[in-house]
Design a protein around this ligand. Structure first.
Ligand code: RIB
Ligand code: CA
Length: 316
């Protein structure tokens, strides 16, 4: 029985990789994409999401447009990381269809309540859509099966400020709502994703297959690798979002601790910084599972094998 999944996303280069991994994995039934601001504007993200689904012959999957700005903070996008289009140097044909009319917040609520205990949310962008869905319809808190969140930096340094990770920094108030909602959350922070580095040699391996999938990944990740080299002296690129997706069907890739996790919304230098009560110094019970160790190369190998399998089905 495949796991029914909705991905809330700001596509984004590593988001695109996560969407392709979902489509390449028989353990998953991808039932919709909800798009949020973040790596690029929400309208650019909708175009990217639709184009990625067309690339992978998945035009049957609905895409819903969500929020274009954070709850309180000013808008912050990431063209330096993902390029002006959000997909680096990749250029996909304009998608043949548009998003559904329903807003992403309402789509999330409708789909979760229509299948109590069955829907898993994989949230790989700022949490604005999910936070508003919780506020609009609190019944989804108990109706959702599980929520996997790519975000936060527990013991790890930030990637957007010295302390804060992008998805939490862009909309810290939304993250605060979701983290304290009572939803069954697995957090996938930079502590594990920063070990998941896709190398140029990995991409070259995929390009042995004559398919638009490796061509797309090569063009998208070439920009992303240039960013990682210039800004962080990392050889390769960090594929954060596909790890969060992979843990929905291969949780054994990581080790977890149940912890009380909070984040700073006081507006100072630590804005958006996530932190965990490892020594139970507060009287707060754990509010999530946190992935803190990862078999990084085993995950990269999984990703590559799934991309090879998907590419075999979609020849140039
Ligand atoms: O900090 C990394 C996260 O922020 C990833 O989800 C990336 O796509 C951006 O959204
Ligand atoms: Ca993302």
């Amino acid at each position: 029985m495949s796991r029914r999944i909705l991905i809330d996303t700001d596509p984004g280069i590593d988001d695109a990789a996560a969407i392709l991994l979902a489509l390449a994995s028989p353990e998953i039934s991808l039932e919709g994409l909800t798009v949020v601001h973040g790596n690029c504007s929400v309208d650019q993200g909708v175009t990217n999401a639709l184009a990625i689904l067309t690339l992978a012959h998945a035009d049957h999957i609905p895409v819903a447009r969500g929020c274009d700005v954070p709850l309180v903070q000013p808008s912050l996008l990431a063209p330096e990381t993902h390029g002006n289009t959000g997909l680096g140097y990749a250029q996909l044909p304009p998608p043949p269809r548009g998003p559904i009319q329903q807003h992403a917040v309402d789509f999330l609520i409708e789909r979760i309540l229509a299948a109590p205990g069955e829907m898993t949310i994989v949230a790989i962008g700022p949490l604005t859509n999910l936070a508003l869905a919780i506020r609009k319809e609190p019944r989804i808190i108990k109706a959702v099966k599980e929520v996997f969140i790519m975000g936060g930096a527990i013991r790890h340094e930030g990637n957007t400020t010295p302390l804060a990770e992008f998805n939490t920094y862009v909309d810290p108030h939304a993250a605060h709502i979701v983290y304290h909602s009572g939803m069954p959350i697995t957090l996938v922070p930079l502590d594990v994703t920063y070990q998941c580095i896709l190398l140029a040699s990995d991409v070259a391996r995929l390009q042995r297959i004559d398919s638009p999938i490796p061509d797309f990944l090569a063009d998208a990740t070439r920009f992303y690798m240039e960013f990682h080299d210039e800004y962080q002296r990392i050889e390769g690129c960090i594929i954060n979002d596909p790890l969060a997706l992979a843990l929905t069907f291969m949780p054994e890739l990581c080790e977890y601790e149940s912890l009380f996790v909070d984040l700073d919304i006081s507006g100072g230098v630590a804005m958006g910084k996530t932190f965990a009560d490892f020594y139970r110094m507060t009287d707060h019970p754990p509010n999530m599972k946190v992935a803190l160790k990862v078999q990084a190369r085993a995950f990269i190998e999984l990703f590559l094998q799934r991309m090879e399998a998907l590419s075999q089905t979609i020849p140039n």
